[in-house]
Design a protein. Structure first.
Length: 380
């Protein structure tokens, strides 16, 4: 058993329980084999009177939440971060749990990971999830800095090959190894029997942040068009976000609100239960890398309708669902029409087993193990 430190700005916290859930899933997978500590950088907290690092537990994970007040001298917050991060490593060392691997997450943590690696002589690897590379959202001067640090880490692990290609386009050299997102297949699994709330009504599900990129408005518009042809469907929307009120208003305007339920934010177990009660899953996003919600739906045995963007075509084949053109309501509607009449021709056990084989905790933890051994081998 090794000591692994996850370094991340994105991680669930009481005030934001959905932030970086996919990073927590990776940490939980690794924690089945190793001692895992999470260094969650919450950064400047204006209300704080002094620098604080809080330690708490997230299941089997020990989480250090680094936060500090706004510094009196501008642009010196990094000093507070640096001293806090070093203190975490030293505390682990004193407890007999000196880190064997630093596992940074997302390009924004590459600089801290590299600095800690040099300071303590510990190899650092990085998992990349961010859409910032394919969407060209990183400013050129900032990219110079991020690229400098990433190109000095032992290994870069994007969650899809598509993301790897975009990182190369931005000058990140690697070495690369694609390690996908993971899903708890003990929680997300097919229903033994399905109980219908309304006889003959197909239950459709989407789980998404209600923001512009997730484009739930396209799904509502597609269902409004479908309602002109048939009425045997109901959509459940799990999630919340800045566009919730706009989406409610749109459903009312298009007179489809009676067939849509906005369920808000739900726990993982509640999401799993809702998936087992659904017939198929839809994602209408304009962009994704490798969305965990699709893996969760497929682990639950659901066929999916998803956009052909990012890393999605790498794991959603014809046996598991249909791909739509992003932003195209006609394409989305066509695939929903197909799924309405053919969802029961997909084999839930085949779909679930595919995810179990390639994306469960055991599979992804094994891939991380290989990555860690590579990093230890090549570390100077």
């Amino acid at each position: 058993m090794q000591s692994i430190v996850f370094i991340t700005y994105w991680f669930p916290a009481p005030h934001n329980p959905v932030n970086g859930i996919f990073i927590r899933e990776h940490a939980r997978a690794v924690a089945q084999r190793h001692f895992v500590t999470v260094m969650h950088i919450q950064g400047i907290q204006p209300a704080l009177g002094q620098q604080r690092t809080l330690q708490d537990q997230d299941g089997t994970l020990t989480v250090y939440r680094i936060r500090y007040p706004k510094p009196a001298i501008p642009k010196t917050a990094w000093l507070r971060l640096w001293t806090s991060a070093q203190a975490v490593i030293k505390e682990l060392d004193q407890a007999g749990k000196r880190p064997d691997i630093l596992h940074a997450n997302v390009f924004s943590s590459a600089g801290l990971g590299y600095a800690l690696s040099k300071r303590f002589g510990i190899p650092c690897v990085l998992t990349e999830h961010a859409s910032s590379f394919p969407l060209n959202q990183i400013k050129p001067l900032e990219m110079v800095s991020y690229r400098f640090y990433m190109n000095r880490l032992m290994l870069i692990m994007p969650v899809s090959d598509n993301l790897r290609q975009h990182m190369i386009r931005h000058g990140v050299r690697g070495p690369f190894r694609v390690v996908p997102n993971t899903v708890d297949t003990q929680l997300f699994k097919p229903a033994l029997t399905k109980t219908r709330v309304q006889s003959g009504v197909k239950e459709i599900l989407i789980t998404a942040n209600l923001n512009a990129v997730k484009a739930v408005h396209l799904l509502i518009q597609a269902l409004a068009a479908l309602q002109e042809e048939r009425s045997d469907f109901h959509l459940s929307i799990i999630g919340d976000g800045p566009l919730r009120s706009d989406l409610l208003a749109l459903a009312d305007k298009l007179q489809v609100s009676s067939r849509i339920s906005f369920l808000g934010v739900k726990s993982k177990s509640e999401v799993a239960n809702q998936m087992r009660a659904s017939d198929f899953f839809v994602l209408s996003s304009l962009w994704e890398n490798q969305p965990v919600v699709l893996l969760e739906a497929m682990a639950s045995g659901l066929p999916v309708v998803a956009p052909a963007v990012g890393g999605i075509p790498e794991f959603v084949g014809a046996e598991y669902g249909r791909l739509s053109q992003p932003g195209d309501i006609s394409s989305l509607l066509e695939n929903i029409r197909f799924m309405m009449d053919h969802y029961n021709e997909f084999n839930p056990q085949v779909i679930s087993q595919y995810v179990h084989t390639h994306f469960d905790y055991h599979s992804v933890a094994s891939q991380f193990d290989e990555a860690y051994q590579f990093a230890l081998k090549v570390f100077p």
